[in-house]
Design a protein around this ligand. Structure first.
Ligand SMILES: [Zn+2]
Length: 312
């Protein structure tokens, strides 16, 4: 009898662990609720809470056994400059958080998302009339993308598959101040840019609107994307957009002639306002977006390193 229980327990654990690694809405919500809570004060660049968000990302990377690939462990510190508004403390220390999944491959796929947001409205680009002192939680922008990046890190590091590409996961700092973290990374890469196959960026994947669908940008940045996209579908609708630059961190990689994909659920009334809150996030849809991204990434394994094409 005891043996039967033991066998049942083993069987159960094997069954569970076989599915354990796929992204879940519950995990996505968990990350977003932490990062976009009032206690995190909007993760403004240079703030204590921005540092706390960076540490949170690093803690997950460690949990997934990623190799630190910053300049100081997982961290790649840099100084960000506030230019959009005049403030006394315009120079603010922050960092990128970088973790590597080494599959012994020649080339690497970069998966990124920025963890900073507008803090308490004292760094410019708020859409609120009097933003100073109001917490801009940034649940969609971009706790949602960070949650997605972390779930993909968990997936690729725990799926018991040795993919034919390595992965570099990056939480970018200071995106809201002008893509500063991603620009800093491509100017000071911790692995040769020539070894990067392509880069995927998630910025705002939490407000799925079924009539619009999920936008996937970067379709024009490699002649291989049409083949990779063929037959891909999932629990949410999506459309493609050719543009490789514009609006977020993938633009820094595109500028270095690296193919990109950019996942985005679109603008809304709470964009860059204190009301971009966790309770408005559609985590189930975000889970489906990640599953589509996994399909695309895994389909790219059949193809050698992607060729870059400029979008005219
Ligand atoms: Zn953003």
């Amino acid at each position: 009898m005891k043996l039967a229980y033991l066998l049942a327990a083993i069987l159960w654990s094997v069954t569970v662990s076989a599915q354990d690694y796929t992204p879940t809405a519950a995990n996505i919500s968990h990350h977003i609720e932490f990062l976009a809570s009032d206690a995190m004060k909007g993760r403004g660049t240079g703030s204590k809470q921005n540092e706390k968000a960076a540490k949170y990302v690093a803690k997950q990377f460690k949990k997934y056994h990623l190799t630190p690939l910053g300049t100081k462990g997982y961290q790649q510190p840099f100084t960000a400059k506030v230019r959009r508004v005049v403030v006394k403390d315009s120079l603010r220390p922050t960092k990128n958080i970088i973790g590597f999944l080494d599959n012994g491959a020649a080339h690497t796929i970069v998966i990124g998302a920025h963890f900073d947001h507008l803090g308490e409205g004292r760094q410019g680009s708020s859409k609120e009339e009097n933003p100073e002192g109001k917490i801009h939680n940034g649940a969609d922008d971009n706790a949602s993308g960070v949650a997605g990046m972390l779930e993909l890190a968990r997936y690729f590091s725990s799926n018991d598959v040795k993919e034919p590409y390595n992965f570099l996961f990056i939480g970018f700092g200071a995106e809201e101040l002008g893509l500063l973290g991603s620009r800093h990374f491509v100017a000071n890469p911790t692995l040769p840019l020539a070894n990067i196959n392509f880069m995927t960026n998630m910025d705002m994947i939490g407000r799925y609107n079924p009539t619009r669908g999920v936008g996937i940008g970067g379709y024009g940045t490699s002649p291989s994307w049409p083949q990779i996209f063929e037959g891909v579908s999932g629990g949410v609708r999506f459309f493609t957009d050719k543009a490789g630059s514009g609006g977020s961190d993938h633009g820094s990689f595109y500028a270095k002639q690296i193919p990109v994909l950019f996942f985005h659920t679109g603008g809304h009334d709470d964009y860059h306002k204190p009301t971009d809150d966790s309770d408005k996030i559609d985590a189930k849809a975000a889970e489906e977006i990640l599953k589509i991204q996994i399909q695309l990434i895994e389909k790219s394994f059949d193809i050698p390193k992607l060729e870059f094409s400029e979008v005219k």
